[in-house]
Write a protein that binds this ligand. Structure first.
Ligand code: SAM
Length: 348
């Protein structure tokens, strides 16, 4: 049973949640957190001068970041970053968080204003905020180079944050060929190729993204092991693979589309081959994790007609419907609600 713990402080954070994000985004874009990382214990005057902000502007920014506990103020009026923010710098993960913040600010934020209408009509009304006529976000990005850069910087960061979980939890030793369906800029393929030097990987992507992925593969010197091909993940796949990977894919599409993706994978796999689905997954109890719930607003409002951070039970039923046996579910228990759902194609 869910606990009844909401108080007025918690309610304030929800009512003004959009404003809380603006403080985080401003601190990130204006360089406040970077500056305090390099030079902690500055006063508001010193911070205002270094960030080129007028008195009222720096006072407002510090009021927000300090009330939200992103920054701390000592008795002499000197500021430093919160421990959690500093830890991200220490761990080399601040750039990743900044990429996520940038994506939320420039792509997600406006589209989410159409969440109510998207729920009412069961479609991604928020896509209207992205210039273009294509039917999904990904096919509109090529006409919006700034947004395309923001998206793939974020996507690469998000995947680089998550990929150690995939590499730790799934044993690719018995696999030789992987089809990475909707593989983005090649980030997963590159990380897998590095971790498993015997693997050969094909990345299947929409035409617009192919040059981006080919360039990254070439920059990493992996052209002989990673082949990037244009193709539609909803059309039949090239066959003969012993693994099909879908990373950050099943959160985008409807139930029926996800079943179609799994049927395509099933047809492309050799007997005994495996499909690996890797993305955020919510609890079957329908009450969390919180990040899964919050991220579902984006997938409802923006990228395609209908997605969400689906619960584990959806993956079990989709895999069965597509003909997979020996389903395996692996929760990852990280900051993000990542999980892995795998199915095996019956050996002949
Ligand atoms: C959320 S991103 C995930 C990228 C990558 N797998 C990762 O984990 O970083 C979804 C990707 O699917 C691609 N995509 C969307 N629709 C597609 C389609 N019909 N055929 C091929 N790729 C598609 C997009 O271009 C985008 O790069």
């Amino acid at each position: 049973m869910s606990a009844d713990v909401l108080d007025m402080e918690e309610l304030t954070k929800i009512v003004f949640g959009h404003a809380a994000f603006q403080y985080l985004n401003a601190g990130s874009e204006l360089g406040l957190f970077d500056l305090l990382n390099k030079t902690p214990h500055l006063t508001s005057d010193e911070l205002g001068k270094k960030l080129d902000l007028e008195d009222r502007a720096i006072d407002t920014l510090l009021l927000g970041t300090t009330s939200l506990k992103l920054t701390l103020r000592d008795d002499e009026g000197r500021y430093r970053n919160a421990g959690a923010v500093e830890q991200l710098f220490t761990d080399g993960k601040w750039d990743i968080i900044q990429a996520v913040i940038g994506f939320e600010a420039h792509i997600v934020y406006e589209g989410q204003a159409d969440f109510v209408e998207s729920l009412r009509t069961d479609t991604n009304v928020g896509l209207r905020r992205i210039p273009g006529t294509a039917g999904d976000l990904y096919r509109r990005l090529n006409d919006n180079p700034f947004l395309q850069r923001v998206f793939y910087t974020y996507m690469r960061s998000w995947s680089e944050l998550a990929n150690p979980l995939l590499i730790e939890k799934v044993d690719f030793n018995s696999v030789t060929t992987v089809l990475d369906a909707g593989g983005g800029d090649g980030v997963n393929a590159i990380d897998l190729a590095r971790a498993y030097p015997h693997l050969k990987i094909t990345v299947l992507e929409i035409e617009d993204t192919v040059p981006i992925a080919r360039k990254r593969v070439a920059d990493n010197g992996l052209e002989d092991r990673i082949d990037v091909r244009p193709g539609d993940i909803f059309e039949p796949y090239p066959s003969g693979y012993d693994c099909v990977l879908f990373s950050h894919q099943f959160v985008i599409w409807t139930d029926q589309e996800n079943i179609q993706l799994l049927k395509n994978a099933h047809a492309a796999l050799k007997p005994g081959g495996r499909v690996v689905v890797f993305n955020s997954i919510s609890d079957d109890s329908g009450d969390g994790p919180l990040m899964a719930a919050l991220d579902s607003v984006y997938f409802t409002s923006l990228p395609a007609q209908g997605g969400m951070i689906y619960p584990w039970k959806s993956y079990v039923s989709w895999l069965a419907e597509a003909g997979f046996t020996e389903t395996e579910l692996i929760p990852c228990r990280a900051w993000t609600p990542h999980g892995i759902a795998m199915g095996t194609k019956r050996a002949e």
